[in-house]
Design a protein around this ligand. Structure first.
Ligand code: FAD
Ligand code: FES
Length: 267
């Protein structure tokens, strides 16, 4: 059996804990050594309902966490589960972020805070200085991502100014880039935001890596659901974490994605 096929079958794992993070956002902790790298994702299976992809927001040797927003039928069902309940998981899948340099900036929007929180933990362990910029629409949907480390400074932004800086994450990023020598920028969030982050990284001549999410079915590269125009790479296999050189070849970046039936959905 080749490596790719080891993770196709779901493993049944127990929910160790559920933490309320913000309105309709919870972190689920599962008793399992997933052995994921920051930026990789896993598939969560609710028997009789469906299976869906999620990033990893926390990991240690015997558990991992996923920070999940309640947005539709699957997450509605997931939010009904309790500590001790069992679910199925498969993975980890996809590419991960590559930590580069000694001084990095993370730019998260919405649930993009989840994979970047895991990346921040790994960077801190390696002694890297982290500028963590995280934005949400309003305070009610903002997750606390403070790290107990002098190496990591978190900058919160909200669109309406109810917490942190009023405005966009990209405005804060620009301010940091003007003052600091940043070695690499990592970004996960709405594509319009990530597009602006890539533009800023060009302007300041800094490396940039991002997570480009597309509709996932199999998660391990066989169904073709997640291919992007017009280079045809699979975002579950050659992504979701890619560098800016590659994203510039993806013509649909920042413009549209495809839904479950393959129909274009414009941003
Ligand atoms: C690589 C990756 C990592 C993700 N990480 C997180 C995370 O850490 N936290 C989190 O809250 N959400 C994450 N998501 C999104 C999550 O998969 C969807 O929110 C979830 O599938 C919604 O399902 P639903 O039935 O509750 O809502 P629906 O009403 O079915 O969908 C709501 C939204 O989720 C998108 N979505 C639904 N199904 C899929 C799918 N199979 N693949 C991709 N997008 C889908 C839809 O396009 C729609 O925009 C991630 C998605 C991908 C692709
Ligand atoms: S989701 Fe099947 S190939 Fe990517």
């Amino acid at each position: 059996m080749c490596d790719d096929h080891k993770t196709e079958q779901p493993t049944i794992v127990e929910i160790l804990n559920i933490k309320d993070e913000a309105k309709d956002i919870k972190t689920f902790y599962f008793k399992y050594n997933l052995d994921a790298k920051p930026g990789q994702f896993f598939i969560l299976w609710l028997p009789g309902i469906n299976e869906k992809p999620f990033g990893v927001s926390y990991q240690d040797e015997d558990k991992f966490g996923a920070t999940i927003c309640k947005v539709g039928p699957f997450t509605d069902e997931l939010f009904k589960l309790k500590k001790g309940d069992k679910i199925g998981i498969r993975g980890p899948y996809g590419t991960s972020f590559e930590l580069k340099g000694k001084n990095i900036a993370l730019v998260a929007g919405g649930y993009g805070v989840a994979p970047l929180s895991f990346l921040a933990d790994e960077a801190i362990k390696k002694g890297i200085i982290v500028h963590f910029i995280y934005g949400a629409k309003t305070k009610k949907v903002l997750v606390n991502c403070d790290k107990k480390s002098k190496k990591c400074k978190v900058h919160y932004t909200t669109d309406d100014g109810t917490y942190g800086l009023k405005g966009f994450t990209t405005e804060k990023l620009k301010e940091i880039l003007e003052k600091e020598k940043i070695d690499c920028i990592y970004t996960v969030g709405p594509e319009v935001m990530m597009k602006r982050v890539v533009e800023l990284s060009d302007e300041f001549k800094v490396d940039c890596q991002l997570s480009l999410e597309r509709y996932i079915k199999c998660g391990f590269g066989i169904c073709g659901q997640c291919v992007v125009d017009d280079i045809g790479i699979r975002m579950c296999k050659e992504g979701p974490c890619i560098d800016k050189k590659l994203v510039k070849k993806i013509s649909e970046f920042g413009k549209y994605k495809r839904d479950a039936s393959g129909k274009k959905v414009e941003f």
